[in-house]
Design a protein around this ligand. Structure first.
Ligand code: HEM
Ligand code: HEM
Ligand SMILES: Nc1nc2c(c(=O)[nH]1)N[C@H]1C(S)=C(S)[C@@H](COP(=O)(O)O)O[C@H]1N2
Ligand SMILES: [Mo]
Length: 341
């Protein structure tokens, strides 16, 4: 009895299953980047929950998709490859949530996760173009009966999300996560983190100078003017550290010049490596040129001798090995959302 009901529900597998998969995959890919970009407690949580529910919705649709695939005249290696990378992506995402970045030598779960996501996109383009049927989405898809099924599916995805969260709580591995989903690490354990392919320069603290507007400052100059700045560094690879940095606010270093300038629309903070970010001018009081963390000079890998501390911004905004801070005519809104290096 129960079995025939299950098989009747599964027999509905077809066009709407594929449409659902497409929407979930596109939605997961897009919200993943939003989750990477956001730092605010509410926006980060909304992005992480939306991303998790969309991604885990794929798990809920699996029984229906298996029916679709078994009906096909033959299984192709490319489509099985797509299935495999989706599994890798989902497993890495859940491992990130439940265990965090500490596992795995060399690659973090998030690196595997995002790498797999790019491979999914490539396979998916091939799969969808090979299996494309006209009118994938239809008007009737929004009829009341269909909406009830969609709502039931949404509830299934929501419950799956809560189940993963629950395992993390009960298992005690995902308790003190930030709104972004990141796991806590002690300030002393902050790892040297490269966004993508930047290099780690070795600079001499005694002779190094930072160009700040028209002024050239030594590390000792900055050190002498620094004050305690408690801030959370939250990296997209899934860890955060609360630490007290020693730094000077940029409005103090650049404020007079910024007020006098008529064409400045942002401040550009540039690393000796070329890595750089633009910030809006009203952020100047909340950006700091820092020379120390927890009282000690910065380590080579983590930005020595001078790095930016940008509370409220995800880690990739915290430019390391700062060479210059200068006013810019470009608004901060026109830069790439993520650094290219
Ligand atoms: C089709 C592609 C993707 C799928 C199917 C997917 C799916 C998932 C799933 C199922 C989780 C676990 C969610 C949970 O249990 O709360 C997850 C976590 C995560 N994903 Fe993705 N994802 C995709 C692409 C991306 C991309 C492109 C990014 C970033 C650029 C990303 C960033 C993240 C992050 C940061 C987490 C951890 C969130 C947290 O700790 O709460 N994902 N993803
Ligand atoms: C998680 C993502 C997906 C996986 C793993 C997957 C996998 C498969 C597999 C293994 C087959 C059997 C035929 C073959 O091997 O090519 C198949 C068939 C099919 N797929 Fe997908 N698919 C996915 C997403 C999609 C999406 C988004 C569409 C949207 C257009 C789609 C459309 C189809 C169609 C129409 C068939 C039936 C082909 C037939 O019966 O001849 N699939 N899929
Ligand atoms: N020049 C430069 N600055 C950088 C990066 C980089 O690759 N190059 N990585 C950023 C990223 S992604 C993070 S999370 C923080 C990491 O700081 P940490 O090395 O102290 O952990 O620095 C940011 N600043
Ligand atoms: Mo990062």
């Amino acid at each position: 009895m129960a079995l025939t009901r299950v098989s009747r529900v599964l027999r509905r597998a077809g066009r709407r299953t594929n449409l659902g998969l497409l929407l979930l995959l596109v939605g997961s890919f897009a919200t993943g980047w939003v989750a990477f970009a956001t730092a605010g407690p509410v926006s980060a949580r909304v992005a992480a929950v939306a991303h998790g529910v969309l991604g885990l919705g794929l798990v809920v649709l699996t029984p229906w998709k298996v029916v679709v695939a078994r009906r096909a005249p033959r299984l192709t290696p490319a489509s099985l490859g797509l299935a495999a990378v989706v599994v890798v992506c989902l497993v890495a995402g859940v491992v990130e949530v439940l265990v965090g970045p500490g596992v795995g030598a060399g690659l973090t779960p998030i690196q595997v996760h995002v790498g797999a996501a790019f491979v999914i996109v490539a396979f998916l383009v091939e799969h969808v173009s090979r299996h494309w049927r006209p009118r994938l989405a239809r008007k009737g898809d929004l009829s009341r009966r269909r909406l009830l099924r969609t709502a039931a599916f949404g509830a299934g995805a929501g419950v799956t999300f809560l189940a993963v969260e629950g395992v993390g709580r009960v298992g005690g591995t995902a308790v003190a996560r930030a709104a972004t989903g990141s796991h806590p690490i002690p300030a002393a354990d902050i790892p040297a983190t490269t966004w993508l392919l930047d290099r780690v320069p070795t600079l001499d603290r005694a002779t190094f100078r930072v160009q700040v507007g028209p002024a050239s400052l030594s590390v000792a100059d900055l050190d002498a003017r620094g004050r305690a700045v408690p801030a959370r560094l939250d990296c997209t690879t899934g860890w955060y550290a609360d630490a007290v940095w020693t730094g000077v606010p940029l409005d103090e270093l650049l404020g007079v010049e910024a007020d006098a300038s008529t064409d400045a629309r942002s401040v550009r903070v540039t690393s000796v490596t070329g890595y750089h970010r633009h910030f809006p001018l009203d952020a100047l009081p909340r950006l700091f040129l820092a020379t120390r963390v927890e009282g000690s000079p910065l380590a080579t890998g983590t930005g020595a001798p001078v790095r930016l501390v940008a509370p409220g911004h995800r880690g990739f905004w915290w430019v390391k090995w700062v060479a210059s801070v200068e006013l810019s005519a470009y608004p901060a809104s026109v830069q790439l959302p993520f650094p290219p290096q």
